[in-house]
Design a protein around this ligand. Sequence first.
Ligand SMILES: Cc1cc2nc3c(=O)[nH]c(=O)nc-3n(C[C@H](O)[C@H](O)[C@H](O)COP(=O)(O)O)c2cc1C
Length: 236
Amino acid sequence: MSEILEALLHRRAIKAFEQVEIPHVLREQILDAARHAPSSFNMQPYRLFWVESSTRRATAAKLCLGQMPAATASALVVAVADIGSFAATSQAQVEWMRRSGFSDAEIRDYERTAKIGRILFMPGPFGIFGAVKWAIFRLVNVCKIMGMPPVFRQDVLKWATKSTSLACENLMIAAEALGLNTCPMEGFDGRRLCKFLGLSTRHHEIVMVIAIGKKSPAYEGAPQWRRPLDATVTVL
Ligand SMILES: Cc1cc2nc3c(=O)[nH]c(=O)nc-3n(C[C@H](O)[C@H](O)[C@H](O)COP(=O)(O)O)c2cc1C
C-alpha cells in the first residue's frame, strides 16, 4: 500500500496523548503539507494558529471545553477561515508572478480576475451589496447555466470553510505520516477562542481545532466504524 494511503487509513481521532515535544522540523513539514491543499481560486482563505507554548496551550485547551485530546496534546492547531486576506493574497501572488517571470499580460490578466473576484465576494455594508448580487445572479440563472458565487457574509465564510477543511485534512494526514497523531475538534467556545487569538468577528471564523501529539500508550480507542460504501456513494 502507498505510504499516503497507509497514513490515511491508519489515522484515527486520538483522545489521549503522551507528553512529547514536536520538533520544529516536523512542525514545519506538517504546516507545509497543510498549505499545499487545494483551495478555491487558490485563495488559501485560512490562517492556522499553532499553539504550543504551555501557558497558551493550557488556555486554548480550557476553551476547547477541557476536552482530553486538547488537554493532553503537544500542540493545538486552530484552523481559522479568513475572509479578510483576499487583497493581501492576490498582492502576494502578483509579486510571486513578477519574480517567477510571468509576462506583463499574464500578470494584468490575473490582477483583473482577482479584482473581479474580490468585488464578487464582497458582501458590502449590512449585506446590501450581497442582496443585490443575489437578485442579479438569480435572475441571470433563470435562462443561463451558471454557478452561484457566495453572496452574503455567511456564504463567503462557508466558502472559506471548505478550503480550510481541506488544509486540515492535509495537516492530519501529514502528521500521521510523520509518526504523530491528531484529533480534530469542534467542541470549543468559539467566541472566547476568537478573543484569545485576537481574531476579527467580521473576517474570521474558527473551523476546527486539531490536537496533535503522540498517542498515549495507555489509550485504546474503539474500533473504527464507517457506513458501507453503498450508503455513502452513488455511482451513476
Ligand atoms: C469536524 C469534526 C469535529 C470533531 N469534533 C470532535 C470533538 O470536539 N471532540 C472529539 O473528541 N472528537 C471530535 N471529532 C472526532 C470524531 O469524533 C471522529 O473523527 C469520529 O468519531 C471518527 O473517528 P475516527 O476519526 O477515529 O475514524 C471531530 C471530528 C470532526 C471531523
